[in-house]
Design a protein around this ligand. Structure first.
Ligand code: PHE
Length: 338
């Protein structure tokens, strides 16, 4: 029995674990509940009386030696691990968290509103289901007027339709406030058109309205130039071409110098050097009167643009349908836009 204790002591002394795991296994083998030393201590009552004292002392020495050995090995191994760097592996690639992104139309809508916000235009919104008065009549489209056909309308009944433009919101603003009025109206509009790369039955507009004493065409032009340069860069030029809208007189289409070739001519601008971005004009006095504003005192200008069109020009999107299909391969390209 005493020899067994001596053998174990030798084993403890010569043990030299090189890993924490090996050392822990050794501890279990010696000092665990079913370990060799524990087992030997259980033999104590079988030891002849005259050897009991010596056996007891030796077992104590063995136990202390085993404990010391295990503890010092563990400490040394843990220190070595600490010295070789932190336990967190900072070189491991971080876990990737998928972030959402704004829809490109929301990005551009915000940008348009911000640009006009900086020169004092407030945002106004109104219903998508509109009555004939706000969408047409107040805007100088008399019943049976052929201009009603310019915008193919989804009618709900004789009086109610899905709005074809957000000019209807401006009618509501004019009815409910007194000049000066500076407002931009973003929103969804509806036209009964076949869906293609260039047209859709649903799209988005921002229309603007400015009414005060002495507002002139020069104010309109300068406002549009400011917008075009904020939106497309400060080298951008604008060009106004005479046009017709029932609610403005005179009316114009607004072009910007081509973003690709800067006016030299390319296939995006079809060699014209310019791209059409919106309609505009001086508010027709009839419209002011229809909305309760004295046209002998006040004048104003209005403009309207499609958000899809601006987005397509700004980001070189060549098919309008991309905006409505929620294809992640398309949407993910706008992740860095705010
Ligand atoms: N309402 C017109 C449209 O939807 C745009 C426009 C607005 C034109 C204001 C002139 C002035 O096409």
């Amino acid at each position: 029995m005493l020899n067994k204790v001596d053998d174990l002591l030798k084993e403890v002394e010569s043990f030299n674990g090189t890993t924490l795991e090996e050392t822990e296994n050794f501890r279990i083998k010696m000092l665990g509940k079913k370990g060799l030393i524990t087992e030997l201590m259980g033999e104590f009552r079988n030891v002849p009386n005259e050897q009991k004292k010596e056996f007891g002392q030796k077992i104590n020495v063995l136990k202390t030696a085993a404990l010391d050995k295990v503890n010092s090995l563990k400490e040394a191994l843990e220190d070595a691990a600490d010295e070789s760097g932190p336990k967190i592996d900072t070189t491991r690639p971080a876990e990737f968290t998928e972030l959402g992104s704004r829809h490109p139309l929301s990005v551009v809508r915000k940008e348009i509103l911000d640009i006009f916000g900086r020169i004092g235009f407030a945002v106004s919104e109104g219903p998508e289901i509109e009555d004939d008065f706000h969408n047409f009549t107040a805007l100088n489209f008399p019943p049976e007027h052929p201009a009603r056909d310019m915008q193919d309308t989804f009618f709900i009944d004789d009086e109610i339709a899905l709005r074809t433009h957000t000019s209807s919101v401006q009618v509501r603003v004019m009815e409910n406030s007194t000049p000066p009025i500076r407002t931009v109206s973003p929103g969804r509009v509806f036209r009964n058109e076949a869906i293609s790369a260039r047209a859709h039955c649903i799209f988005h507009q921002v229309e603007g309205l400015y009414i005060d004493k002495g507002v002139s065409f020069a104010d309109l032009k300068q406002t549009l130039l400011y917008f075009a340069q904020e939106m497309f860069g400060d080298k951008t030029e604008i060009r106004l071409r005479p046009s017709y809208f029932p609610f403005t007189e005179p009316s114009a289409e607004v072009d910007v110098s081509c973003l690709i070739c800067s006016g030299k001519g390319c296939n995006v601008c079809k060699n014209t050097g310019f791209l059409e971005i919106m309609g505009c004009g001086m508010v027709d006095p009839n419209v002011l009167e229809n909305c309760g504003i004295d046209s002998t005192v006040y004048s104003g200008f209005a403009f309207g643009m499609g958000i899809e069109r601006i987005t397509m020009l700004k980001y070189q999107v060549n098919d309008l349908r991309h905006f409505f299909e929620n294809d992640l391969r398309f949407l993910n390209q706008f992740k860095s836009a705010y």
